[in-house]
Design a protein around this ligand. Structure first.
Ligand SMILES: O=C(O)CCC(=O)C(=O)O
Ligand SMILES: [Fe+2]
Length: 248
């Protein structure tokens, strides 16, 4: 990356084509190390002491200090978001999700992936993209974030066909399951195998999910998400042009 961290044309077309973009070693090692220190301190636990590990998927009540060192608030991350949304995306909040080692279990690739943005009250609307990074390197079968490359296109096609279902009512159809989206994906599931501090940015319509960890190191995934600032204006719209509300 250049000092300004602007995406190249090639990176932008890769994001549009694949629905995700990986930027290696995007977060400074000192920041990643301070995240690790703060997390273990929060857990009252230690990487070297397995007996002290909790088993929670969601790490509750954790926040980074200083706040500007939060994943979704880092300057290089903001530069990407500014470039993608031209100032129209906001957010950056998220959480740490852990996959604790279960070396005795069998590993399987998940059968389906979901899309984000649906809560207990349906479609909050305006969700544009997420980003994920890891606190430690993740090996194959080590609890990776799983994504379906190019599925942002097939999800978009689904909603072009059934626009009324954007509110979340797709869960009322017969044989409902998240597979209704990932089964349509032009490509099968892929593990996000990455070094600590590399980042994957992923489009809101990209199918994804978590996976089990049969390695020895916990998988700590940091997630951040961004929405359209004026989502009230567009939350139920499925534009023909997938990039209508983007600056790319
Ligand atoms: O834990 C993971 O890798 C996936 C998490 C996820 O899909 C989400 O938080 O929306
Ligand atoms: Fe998700």
């Amino acid at each position: 990356m250049s000092a300004s961290h602007h995406l190249t044309d090639k990176q932008i077309s890769s994001f549009k084509e694949n629905g995700y973009l990986i930027i290696e070693k995007f977060i400074e090692e000192e920041i990643v190390q301070s995240w690790r220190d703060q997390l273990w301190n929060h857990l009252g636990s230690d990487l070297e002491d397995r007996q002290s590990w909790p088993n929670d998927y969601v790490i509750e009540g954790f926040s980074v200090s200083p706040p500007e060192h939060t994943f979704g608030s880092l300057p290089q991350v903001n530069t990407v978001i500014e470039q993608l949304g031209d100032g129209m995306f906001n957010g950056g909040g998220g959480q740490i999700l852990a996959q604790w080692p279960k070396p005795d279990q069998e590993w399987g690739m998940p059968g389906s992936g979901h899309i984000d943005g649906y809560g207990p009250n349906g479609w909050s609307g305006g969700f544009m993209l997420g980003a994920t990074t890891y606190l430690y390197d993740v090996e194959p079968q080590g609890g990776a974030f799983i994504y379906w490359p190019k599925s942002h296109f097939s999800t978009h096609e689904y909603f072009r066909e059934f626009p009324e279902q954007i509110d979340g009512s797709f869960n009322q159809i017969e044989d409902w399951g998240w597979h209704i989206f990932s089964d349509r994906s032009p490509e099968g599931p892929t593990q996000y195998i990455a070094k600590a501090g590399s980042v994957v940015f992923w489009h809101c319509f990209l199918c994804h999910t978590g996976s089990g960890n049969i390695r020895n190191i916990p998988r700590f995934g940091l997630f951040a998400r961004w929405s359209y600032k004026e989502k009230e204006k567009m939350r139920y719209e499925i534009p023909e042009d997938l990039w209508k509300y983007w600056a790319i």
